[in-house]
Design a protein around this ligand. Structure first.
Ligand code: ADP
Ligand code: ZN
Length: 761
């Protein structure tokens, strides 16, 4: 009888291990084990989850343990996804296991099953008291009824209701406890429609469903749209694995018909029997946006962060089973298990929210490119203000570019005027809140029964609480930054760690009699508007006022109906709003981002101004924009006012080229975080020395250590190093040196490695 050779498997686990592990496979498990299968394996003295990534011929070591269990009947990941996650791990300097974990929704890993999936509705619970009230009583609940407290906590984290069964599972609170919460008036039980029940099975023939046949609905395309589409079509022919993905940059202002081009491209991809993923920034993932896709296609799955675990699980399953062939979602939807993927759209590709700010710190656009190459899919990058990286790639001919130069219906872009705030000061205007010009325009606009938006990228009443006598500034005890005064709460708040303190009457430093509030925040603007424009109603829209379920929708409704004439807000009002009666937009200060310690400060300023300006001129009445600034000659501001993206981008590229910033160089940021200042610095120095010794210093520059721009957050000291290189490979191999260094130690010190960083703080 032939000798039976044992079977071996190569496994990755979600642990700080850069190597893959080898195990023996018992004969009983061999028939169910596949590449991508999730398995239970012994690691040290524990049993952990891992993923099978290969079947090696000869194991690296002979003394091998056995895998204990195969966890799913079908593997959760295919071979393509495994290769993509490996590439992510290599590029973003995390372990393969970590990258695999990031590609799978938590609910899927937990195997959260929803039993009654054929029902149209199911029982769910939601909060009926506002979040602040619940938060206040939470402590008391924790003492008296800890399970009910944890159910409340779970509900607080979700903006929707949560299915009964799932809430009970997640919180450990039994039915009796949940009923008690209902009786106490904190939550209610209601029937939630079963989203997953709406999935229609994919038609058997490609044209069986009329909605899937190309050019069956939607408006007739403009010549520019037609051109864009035929470019996309040309690139998607000859699908198959290619050395580089086919990428089209679709550049067009809002309202120029980009979404319509996406829809057509998806129709064609579906007609070829392939699927599509549409990535949008979380904030743009509104019911209206989703509706445009589901009105055109029968089988749309939606993945956003507000889904409950069970919903997410159901959507994921529907995608995997091929019931949903079009996926629309935020960043992590780039991992959606669409079989035979033909197209990935990254809408608003310049948005920083595509970059994940915890490990693995991937950028969804880059992952989309990796995935497209793996799947032989086409990528459309859509934006009015493309990132410099994308723009440069298009200039170099690596990406094709299609431009939609006109808004649909040929609506002109709004006229933008810059107000020099220095001049306002000279002319004796006491405050820089509303300049004379903006005041005049506002009065005109309001008198005509039209509406205005006022934008400021800073919430609270004023960003500084300070003593005029000695210059003392009130700072967070745990972070090294000034506290922001919030007037309604009468408190000084840290915007990084939520530390809150009552502002002192007098100065704690020099015993001066009075503390002063300096600078502007949205709360202050709201208050002062009553004085500038009596008789008109203003509404503030920022993360302080828009807490709680339905508040945001209610506010927008009130504005739409004209019950409110002025909308004041932060980024929240910069995007997406589409009200034809808004004929004036005022930017209270264009300088807040411009002055940030970040090489992308100009780019972000330009993008934000372009976006805010786009909120007006959307109707036949046209629109006007006023930008207030202390740097009226700054090119980001000047070019934004002229709606001149190319002008801005070319100037900005020059600056980046001179300094070797992306897209001309590659960067990584290494931040060391820990409780002991000396320990952190010491470690940072050692790492810097090690890198300088081992890296190819002709190609890689090691800068630092230096204190991070925010040197302390939540009592943790932060020092940073940055690596820069004109060559991607050189930078990557320098980073590889760090793989031998543990990412955290027992003293609680952590090392954060951020490749292509977007946040410099
Ligand atoms: P974007 O995505 O660039 O903001 P949209 O695709 O949303 O632009 O188009 C803006 C508006 O114009 C939408 O209401 C859309 O339905 C409409 N639209 C788009 N393309 C056409 C077209 N070819 N003919 C008529 N209307 C169109
Ligand atoms: Zn703080």
């Amino acid at each position: 009888m032939a000798e039976v050779y044992p079977n071996f498997v190569e496994v990755v686990v979600n642990a700080p291990l850069y190597k893959t592990l080898y195990y023996k496979v018992p004969d009983t498990l061999m028939p169910v084990l596949r590449i991508g299968s999730r398995v239970k394996v012994p690691l040290g003295h524990r049993l952990v989850d891992g993923y099978c990534v290969g079947f090696p011929d000869s194991p690296a070591a002979m003394e091998l343990k056995e895998i204990k269990e195969v966890l799913d009947r079908q593997p959760l990941l295919g071979e393509k996804m495994l290769r993509i996650t490996r590439e992510i791990a290599q590029y973003y300097q995390c372990t393969w296991g970590e990258a695999v974990e990031a590609a799978l929704p938590f609910a899927v890993k937990k195997g959260l099953k929803w039993q009654g999936h054929s029902r149209q509705t199911f029982k769910a619970l939601r909060l009926i008291k506002d979040k602040d009230t619940v938060l206040k009583t939470l402590e008391e609940f924790k003492k008296k009824a800890p399970r009910q407290a944890s159910a409340l906590e779970v509900l607080l984290k979700s903006n929707n209701g949560i299915p009964l069964r799932e809430l009970s599972q997640q919180s450990g609170c039994k039915l009796g406890g949940l009923k008690e919460l209902v009786r106490k008036g904190f939550v209610e039980i209601y029937d939630q429609p079963n989203v997953g029940a709406g999935f229609t099975p994919a038609p058997s023939g490609i044209f069986a469903d009329e909605k899937l046949s190309p050019a069956s609905c939607g408006p007739e395309l403009t010549p520019e749209q037609e051109q864009a589409l035929s470019l996309i079509r040309k690139l998607s022919v000859g699908a198959g694995v290619k050395p580089a993905p086919s990428v089209v940059l679709l550049q067009g202002v809002t309202g120029s018909g980009k979404t319509e081009v996406y829809l057509r491209a998806i129709e064609e991809v579906l007609a070829m029997g392939r699927g599509a993923i549409v990535l949008v920034p979380e904030i743009s993932l509104t019911p209206q946006a989703v509706e445009r896709f589901s009105a055109r296609f029968d089988n749309v799955a939606v993945l956003h962060s507000n889904l409950t675990g069970a919903e997410r699980y159901r959507q994921w399953q529907a995608i995997r089973e091929g019931k949903a062939r079009v996926v629309i979602g935020a960043r992590s939807a780039v991992f959606a298990p669409v079989e035979n993927l033909g197209l990935i759209v990254v809408d608003e590709e310049h948005e920083v929210t595509y970059k994940q700010d915890t490990s693995p710190r991937y950028h969804a656009r880059e992952v989309a490119l990796m995935r497209a190459r793996e799947e032989g899919a086409t990528v459309i990058l859509g934006s009015a203000t493309p990132s410099l990286e994308t723009y440069f790639n298009a200039l170099m001919g690596r990406y094709q570019r299609a431009i939609l130069s006109q808004r649909i219906g040929h609506r002109p872009m709004p006229k933008v005027e810059i107000v020099d705030l220095r001049e306002e000061f000279h002319k004796g205007r006491r405050t820089t809140l509303v300049s004379r010009k903006l005041e005049l325009y506002m009065k005109d606009c309001l008198a005509r029964g039209e509406q205005a938006l006022l934008f400021l990228n800073r919430r609270g009443f004023s960003p500084f609480v300070s003593c005029m006598r000695c210059g003392y500034v009130l700072r967070c005890k745990r972070c090294d930054i000034p506290l922001t005064y919030h007037k309604k709460r009468h408190s000084a708040l840290c915007h990084y760690c939520s530390f809150e303190a009552e502002p002192p009457e007098g100065c704690p430093e020099c015993a001066g009699a009075k503390m002063n509030y300096f600078g502007l925040g949205t709360e202050r603007i709201e208050e002062e508007l009553a004085h500038y424009f009596p008789g008109y109603k203003a509404l503030r829209m920022d993360s302080d006022t828009m807490k709680g379920r339905g508040v945001h929708e209610k506010a927008l409704k009130a504005f739409e109906k004209g019950e409110v004439q002025i909308l004041v807000g932060t980024q929240m009002i910069a995007k997406g709003l589409d009200f034809p009666n808004v004929t004036l937009v005022g930017v209270i200060s264009a300088d807040t981002i411009l002055n940030m310690p970040d090489f992308r400060a100009c780019e972000r300023t330009f993008q934000l101004l372009a976006q805010v300006a786009g909120r007006t001129g959307r109707g036949p009445k046209g629109g006007k924009v006023v930008i207030q600034t202390f740097s009226p000659k700054q090119y980001a501001i000047v070019k934004a006012a002229a709606h001149d993206y190319e002008g801005f981008a070319d100037r900005e590229l020059e600056y980046r080229r001179e300094l070797g910033y992306p897209p001309f160089g590659y960067m990584a940021r290494i931040v060391l975080v820990g409780r002991k200042a000396e320990g952190v610095l010491d470690k940072a120095q050692k790492l810097a020395n090690m890198l300088r010794e081992k890296a190819n210093t002709q190609k890689v520059e090691v800068v630092g250590p230096a204190p991070a721009p925010i040197p302390k957050i939540k009592n943790q000291f932060r020092w940073q190093l940055s690596l820069r290189s004109p060559q991607k490979e050189a930078l990557q191999s320098a980073l590889g040196i760090l793989q031998g260094v543990p990412k955290s130690n027992r003293g609680g010190m952590r090392i954060i490695v951020d490749v292509d960083p977007y946040s410099m703080l």
